[in-house]
Design a protein around this ligand. Structure first.
Ligand code: 13P
Length: 246
């Protein structure tokens, strides 16, 4: 099964209009490397302006509410994000699971809300250092994936990102062997739930991916792309990651 590589920047709580030039430059890189699907999940405040300069990249959000509208002060719904120009959204990032107390059930509900609004979804899972050190990472992350997986999960709208929490923003990554084993375990878990469709689902790696390690990570059999934080904030840093995926 050949899966088109998917390389997505997650800008987290970074980016003002002054950074739209970086969006435009990354959109240009995406055009140059048409074999790779490239996107930027931006702060919601930048989505509409980024949509106008995104070039060959897609623009996405970093989260959405599980309801389409209602009395939820400060929240943004999937239809709002879609109207602003997002075509994808992340759900279940570990920073939201930790900071906002989002549960697996919340994550599944958000994924369904996104799909209903026509957004494609990157669903994040990953273990803590304690779980990794205890030797339980594959079992825990596989269970987290199945508990967070929405009804009707299919490759045309859903991708998975494996992001070990201890690798996010730390410069540390698991061994290549550990990444390969986790991605294979996640695909096997998916296959238990959705059968042969699991072969087509893209499973991204995230956590300190950058121009120095991307080629090796992206060469692993079940690594179908990356979800990149710090190294996606400028075109200069993101360029070698996109090139490695091409
Ligand atoms: P870093 O690439 O900065 O480690 O962030 C990874 C991440 O959390 C992407 O969602």
């Amino acid at each position: 099964m050949s899966r088109r590589k998917l390389v997505v920047g997650n800008w987290k709580m970074n980016g003002l209009r002054a950074q739209l030039g970086e969006v435009e430059a990354i959109g240009g890189l995406a055009r140059e490397h048409g074999s790779v699907e490239v996107g930027l999940c931006l702060p919601a405040t930048l989505i509409a302006a980024a949509d106008a300069v995104k070039g060959g990249a897609f623009v996405g959000a970093q989260d959405c509410h599980m309801r389409a509208s209602g009395a939820h002060t400060g929240c943004l719904s999937a239809p709002m994000l879609a109207e602003a120009g997002a075509s994808w959204t992340i759900v279940g990032h570990s920073e939201r699971r930790q900071d906002q107390g989002e549960t697996d059930a919340d994550v599944a509900a958000k994924a369904l809300a996104a799909k209903a609004a026509g957004l494609k979804v990157i669903l994040c899972v990953g273990e803590s250092l304690e779980v990794r050190d205890a030797g339980d990472a594959e079992a825990v992350v596989s269970a987290q994936l199945l508990a967070s997986l929405p009804e009707g999960a299919a490759a045309d709208w859903l991708s998975i990102a494996y992001e070990p929490i201890w690798a996010i923003g730390t410069g540390r990554i698991p061994t290549m062997e550990a990444v390969a084993e986790m991605h294979a375990a996640l695909r096997a878990a998916l296959a238990r739930r959705i059968g042969g469709e699991a072969d087509a689902v893209r499973i991204l790696y995230g956590g300190s991916m950058n121009g120095d390690n991307a080629a090796e990570l992206l060469a692993l059999a079940d690594v179908d792309g990356g979800l990149i934080g710090g190294a996606s904030l400028t075109a200069e840093k993101f360029a070698p990651v996109i090139a490695a995926a091409a």
